[in-house]
Design a binder for this molecule. Structure first.
Ligand SMILES: *[C@@H]1O[C@H](CO)[C@@H](O)[C@H](O)[C@H]1NC(C)=O
Ligand SMILES: *[C@@H]1O[C@H](CO)[C@@H](O)[C@H](O)[C@H]1NC(C)=O
Ligand SMILES: *[C@@H]1O[C@H](CO)[C@@H](O)[C@H](O)[C@H]1NC(C)=O
Ligand SMILES: *[C@@H]1O[C@H](CO)[C@@H](O)[C@H](O)[C@H]1NC(C)=O
Ligand SMILES: *[C@@H]1O[C@H](CO)[C@@H](O)[C@H](O)[C@H]1NC(C)=O
Length: 423
């Protein structure tokens, strides 16, 4: 992010403008007021989640973050161990779900969405000389850490209400730098796994690409068994999310936890929220439905606690940022999925606002300062009639299929017919 390169004073100025308006909602009984508590990041060398405390007097804790709430009914796995064992190859058992009522964000309220989007911004996070810590046994505060502006690594923040009743984990969007690049001890395997999650067939974008698994069988064919075998149960991407959630519940054992995220951070928020039954709001995420299925996550029938907010001019959220010359491919990774789980709030900025499809509309600043800065008027309601809160309707992506131009099946014996498989 360019903003990381600005001198600190200017950065602070920009930041405080972004966070300037105090909300009028502070006195609303249905609203919660959060404060910034910790920064989080991922150690370059060990792939561990590390934390730093942010004091309330810090310039990086600029305003009370006030959001409107509503009660959500969320299916939660009755047993976490059964949930995880159901993911294993050959597992036969099913997972039982219990409906639980929890306080979640009111996604029908535009200002709430805007506030949550601000909370996924990283403009106010600066590593500086903070003492990062790790809750694991190998605590070592001098871990090398992927904070360099160019590295654009995985990072986020933790917010809590004053009484710790509700905690928000925000996961910042990232380039795939921390997935594809970096030099962790298990990089090769991690890269393989994680490219499998968001690409159709081993990140084979074009003939010049080195595939991350040997499943490509010529033309547009991909061996399904090979794919499943290649995806070991260990995924760095998913594992980081699980560790992060466990670390947060260790710090806040009695809190109701929400997850918010931008871009890949939103996909991760969704996968973790599905796993633990936590409310999720994801902004401009690439489709994570295929990733959930390749990770063999048991899914409850109702996934309404996962809400995706995105707009149609963003090729990453729309799953159109692929092909050899796309900016995603140029950045070094394959971002080919488009189907999202749960509910979606989709802003048709292409038709309604005549935005052109451009990866630059993906950034969180566009979402905070443009997309969510004003009420949205739906084209299919009469002039002057806004939806409640000026937010497009909550819908589901029906009949969405990923990688439809690929044929998945068994191709070892060419005489066998292939089963085609959307997702
Ligand atoms: C925190 O996460 C690390 C991995 O980053 C994990 O090894 C450790 O066990 C976690 N700690 C707790 C208390 O959950
Ligand atoms: C922490 O890690 C650094 C390098 O990774 C190493 O040089 C140092 O000795 C470690 N410190 C402790 C206390 O283990
Ligand atoms: C909230 O949690 C923090 C740990 O991050 C703890 O230091 C603080 O005392 C807690 N506050 C309340 C009111 O429980
Ligand atoms: C972290 O990783 C990035 C690239 O992924 C690299 O440029 C940077 O030098 C690494 N930082 C450290 C401290 O190892
Ligand atoms: C706006 O929508 C509401 C409910 O759909 C309807 O009752 C009302 O008449 C509409 N107002 C206008 C100006 O069309």
């Amino acid at each position: 992010m360019l903003i990381n390169l600005l001198p600190a004073a200017l950065q602070y100025l920009l930041t405080s403008r972004l966070f300037a308006q105090p909300s009028s909602k502070v006195s609303d009984p249905h609203s919660l007021k959060f404060e910034l508590r910790h920064g989080l990041g991922i150690s370059n060398s060990t792939s561990r989640v590390v934390f730093s405390d942010i004091s309330s007097s810090s310039q990086f804790a600029p305003e009370p973050y006030v959001v409107d709430t509503t009660t959500l009914t969320i299916p939660r796995a009755r047993s976490q161990s059964r949930f995880f064992s159901a993911r294993m190859r050959g597992a036969q058992h099913t997972v039982d779900w219990d409906d639980t009522d929890v306080v979640g964000p009111n996604v029908r309220d535009r200002e709430t969405l805007q506030m949550l989007a601000k909370m996924t911004n990283n403009a106010y996070s600066q590593p500086g000389s903070k003492d990062w810590y790790d809750l694991g046994p190998e605590w070592n505060s001098s871990y090398p850490f992927g904070w360099e502006p160019d590295a654009d690594g995985f990072r986020g923040h933790i917010f809590a209400t004053e009484d710790n009743s509700t905690v928000i984990v925000s996961i910042k969007g990232t380039s795939a730098g921390w997935i594809v690049g970096g030099g962790g001890p298990t990089t090769r395997k991690d890269k393989l796994n994680d490219n499998l999650l968001f690409s159709c067939c081993c990140a084979r974008v074009g003939p010049t690409w080195t595939t991350v698994c040997p499943c490509y069988k010529g033309k547009s064919r991909c061996d399904q068994n090979c794919l499943e075998d290649s995806l070991a149960e260990e995924s760095l991407f998913y594992t980081i999310g699980i560790n992060l959630y466990n670390n947060v519940t260790y710090m806040y054992p009695h809190s109701n936890i929400w997850l918010v995220g931008h871009s890949l951070g939103g996909s991760l928020a969704s996968l973790v929220g599905l796993t633990f039954g936590a409310p999720v709001v994801a902004f401009e995420s690439p489709g994570e439905k295929l990733a959930a299925s390749r990770l063999h996550l048991p899914l409850p029938v109702a996934k309404d606690h996962i809400v995706h907010v995105y707009h149609t001019a963003d090729p990453i959220a729309m799953g159109t940022c692929n092909g050899v010359s796309s900016s995603c491919a140029i950045a070094g990774y394959a971002m080919e999925t488009r189907c999202h789980l749960g509910k979606v709030i989709r802003y048709d900025t292409v038709s309604k606002l005549h935005w052109s499809v451009d990866v630059r509309t993906h950034g969180i600043a566009v979402i905070v300062n443009k997309l969510l800065s004003d009420d949205w008027e739906e084209g299919d309601v009469p002039e002057g009639n806004k939806t409640k809160g000026g937010v497009p309707p909550l819908t589901e992506e029906e009949d969405c299929s990923d990688c439809f131009n690929w044929e998945f099946g068994e191709f070892k014996d060419k005489s066998l017919g292939a089963q085609s498989c959307g997702n």
